[in-house]
Design a protein around this ligand. Sequence first.
Ligand SMILES: NC(=O)c1ccc[n+]([C@@H]2O[C@H](COP(=O)([O-])OP(=O)(O)OC[C@H]3O[C@@H](n4cnc5c(N)ncnc54)[C@H](OP(=O)(O)O)[C@@H]3O)[C@@H](O)[C@H]2O)c1
Length: 301
Amino acid sequence: MRAVVFSQYGDESVLELVERPAPVPAAGELLVEVRAAGVNPVDWKHREGAVRSDRPFPLGMGWDIAGVVRATVPGGPAVGEEVYGMLPLPYGAAYQELTAIPASAVAPKPAGLSWAQAAAVPLAGLTAWQALEAAGAGAGQRVLVHAGAGGVGHFAVQFAKHLGAHVTATASGRNVEFLHRLGVDEPVDRTVVDPADLKPFDMVLDTVGGPVQAASWGMLRDGGTLITLPEPVDEAHRVPGVAARRVIVAPDGEALRRIGALVDAGAVHVEVQEVLPLEEAARAHRLSADGRVRGKLVLAL
Ligand SMILES: NC(=O)c1ccc[n+]([C@@H]2O[C@H](COP(=O)([O-])OP(=O)(O)OC[C@H]3O[C@@H](n4cnc5c(N)ncnc54)[C@H](OP(=O)(O)O)[C@@H]3O)[C@@H](O)[C@H]2O)c1
């Protein structure tokens, strides 16, 4: 099968498209023919060595897949069924024609989505889902999502709206209209307005880190919750009365089934900025690392 692998940590030039043997599923795993693989910032962070695997080189790449089941397990989906799912961290194996994935990590592919859209959902969608759950987000709460037009952000704003929250989200000016279309109550052009002017919030989702996390503490009401994604909670900025935790996304086929139902009901839109061929994995990494992607990038197989 064709696969994108890398044999040393480094810039995108370490990515190689090679022929390698198909994986052999372990107990509880399916073999899936991958039709599309989602691209996430963790992919290039892994390539750079920030996320390390204890397996030997060459290492596979990517965690998001949509494809067709080719071998199954008792109680698993049928051979031929169309599924989508997230592979367990830290073993990337999505940028390849066949992958082995735990049956518990997949759900039926939402019927209304293309392969590319389906592959765009799992890691970012589950992150948004698990972040809102961790904060106990619900009806009537005021939620701020930083980078609301990004991969995680665009799911988080829509899930929060579905929960009945009042949603504020930041983006640069070119994405403000997009935030409106996603149903954000208060889209904020972060180059013009300081979201601190709109405080206090019950929950802030920090998808950016650094100064954005530092500023987020002061935007929360007493008893509010800060959820960080890119970085651990920075104790140096802790504000008494504010709960804070970092969420690390985990595969969850059952949550993907529920997300799929929202997508099929028309409650959630999946934005794919660009679909690239597998051969252009390096360009996809460059685009992702530039930090300006609207929605998701996806590789087609
Ligand atoms: N802990 C976990 O399990 C977990 C899971 C998923 C993701 N993450 C991390 O969370 C971060 C976000 O992931 P993602 O997939 O959503 O990334 P992404 O899709 O690459 O985010 C891109 C978006 O960020 C916005 N942006 C760029 N600079 C910004 C700034 N200074 N302030 C506010 N927004 C800014 C851009 O919109 P504008 O240019 O319009 O502002 C763009 O739409 C990454 O660091 C990723 O590694 C962690």
